[in-house]
Design a protein around this ligand. Structure first.
Ligand code: OOG
Ligand code: NI
Length: 498
């Protein structure tokens, strides 16, 4: 790479700061939430040295304060594929496929994010990106109007498109171009209170689905939330109430545990915002729209396919047992049911590892995260990850763990959960009623074989690329860390340290 080019992770880092500043100005409650989260995180780190140490070992400690995810909703394939090219400038790639249609939300989605540990630790920014399923609008005339409105809008500035092309041609951007890129890219995510559509069309779209109005009725894909990561979501949920920020009734995802798994999320309700609808006869007509909200998340260890299947099964079991969609009235009953269902999910890292339920980094005891990352890089150059023989390495690992030569550290889940996402979508649309995920499980977001392929393929076709398989990414991280750790021990042994 040309040495004058800026590293994509640095562009991403600066972009996420710029985005957070913009959103804080647009939605001041988001700023209050950030303060609350940072108070709670400081408290957890002070009171629970084991958590601090774990985050230190995985390299997450430095990223925690700036970790965010956001969400946008797009209207057309062309918007989605240009968005993919825009995120690629920042080293963010589409990971995972989420079909929300089975849960009554007419979108399918991916998450753009960095894919290797080093980049994630430097720029832990993800954007949950949805594409509207216009094919699900049953009113043909309205569908044509929506298509027409989307065709008319341009969500990227000419300058950002030129800079994306320059990045693709040159393989990087200079500092000056990168600065310009951030400024121009931000424009796409900005809130516009003047709509390009009439109030009448907006209302027709709204009566079809709130999401359709939110996408088709506006100039661009305003960022609809930015989510900081907390180490104790229950404390933040309680703190939100105390600070007068009204949280959503239910924390989505698994119950509170000693060893957190996957992802727990909660949000505060969308704001009702004044908008001016374009009058076909000139001028504007006033009205309002609810779209933007705040959210917090607590992340835990990534699960293997076996662990994920158990999670899906237990979540579904709990929801079936409750019989209705969890809501404000049955929240404490739901948490009880959820906790008793999840008693079947081991709650210590050693068992999660031994039963192949979750992904872990293997680290030579005495090394810190920096050494481990450097080792991973070195070893990867010289070794093939696949060449480790599974059965040999398992025995070696068990022995080394028992001898205390290596330790396990949880690989954090970097992705999303379709049932939780559906709950978040619905809560901020003021529409808790349509969530039929009470009868589903996290696989409710996926579909029966055959259909999975058509929807996912249609999404990838619109995207112009295939999405990364998140499970493969975790598997590779685990395998790489094992390689690096064994090499580390080897070199220590050769040098007579052990
Ligand atoms: C996205 C909702 C999903 C999450 O964290 O699961 C989401 C949206 O409302 O556009 O952000
Ligand atoms: Ni979110």
């Amino acid at each position: 790479m040309n040495p004058t080019f800026i590293n994509s992770d640095d562009i991403c880092h600066d972009f996420s700061i710029a985005m957070s500043e913009m959103y804080q100005k647009e939605v001041p409650l988001y700023g209050d939430l950030i303060d609350l989260v940072s108070e709670v995180n400081t408290d957890v780190l002070n009171k629970q040295p084991d958590i601090r140490q774990q985050l230190d070992h995985t390299g997450e400690i430095d990223r925690l304060g700036m970790e965010r995810h956001g969400a946008i909703r797009l209207g057309t394939a062309a918007e989605l594929s240009m968005m993919r090219r825009l995120f690629a400038v920042m080293g963010m790639y589409p990971v995972g496929y989420y079909d929300l249609a089975p849960a009554g939300v007419p979108v399918h989605s991916t998450a753009f994010r960095a894919i290797d540990t080093q980049s994630l630790n430097k720029s832990p920014f993800r954007v949950f990106t949805s594409l509207l399923r216009l094919d699900l609008i049953d009113d043909e005339a309205l569908k044509q109007e929506a298509i027409g409105a989307l065709d008319k809008r341009t969500i990227f500035t000419d300058n950002v498109v030129n800079l994306i092309k320059r990045f693709e041609e040159q393989g990087g951007l200079t500092a000056e171009d990168a600065k310009q890129f951030i400024k121009e890219a931000l424009e796409t995510f900005r809130w516009h209170d003047k709509t390009p559509v009439s109030k009448a069309l907006y209302q027709q779209l709204l009566s079809q689905h709130g999401l359709i109005a939110d996408v088709v009725g506006f100039k661009g894909p305003h960022i609809n939330h930015l989510t900081p990561r907390t180490l104790d979501i229950d404390a933040v949920q309680a703190g939100m109430r105390a600070k007068g920020i009204p949280p959503k009734a239910i924390i989505e995802g698994p119950p509170r545990r000693r060893c957190p798994i996957l992802l727990r999320q909660t949000s505060f309700k969308a704001l009702e915002e004044a908008v001016s609808f374009k009058n076909p006869n000139g001028g504007y007509e006033t009205g309002h729209h609810t779209a933007r909200f705040g959210e917090i998340e607590q992340r835990g260890v990534a699960l293997t396919p076996k662990g994920r299947a158990l999670y899906d099964q237990l979540l579904s079991q709990a929801r079936h047992q409750l019989g209705v969609t969890p809501n404000a009235d049955n929240a404490s009953e739901y948490y009880q049911v959820l906790e008793s269902a999840f008693a079947a999910f081991p709650d210590d890292y050693q068992t999660l590892h031994d039963e192949d339920l979750a992904y872990f980094y293997y680290q030579a005891v005495g090394s810190d995260a920096d050494i481990v990352v450097a080792d991973i890089e070195q070893t990867l150059d010289s070794l093939e990850v696949e060449s480790i023989n599974d059965s040999i390495s398992k025995q070696v690992v068990t022995d080394l763990l028992e001898q205390g030569m290596i330790r396990l550290e949880p690989i954090v889940y970097e992705d999303f959960l379709p049932v939780s996402a559906a709950g978040i979508f619905q809560s901020n649309l003021h529409d808790d009623s349509t969530n039929d995920s009470a009868n589903g499980n996290e696989n409710g977001g996926k579909q029966s074989k055959g259909e999975v392929h058509t929807n996912k393929e249609a999404f990838e076709h619109a995207l112009g690329a295939q999405v990364y398989d998140e499970l493969e990414l975790y598997q590779t991280l685990q395998a790489q860390s094992l390689k690096a750790c064994l090499a580390n021990l080897n070199s220590k042994a050769l040098n007579g340290v052990i």
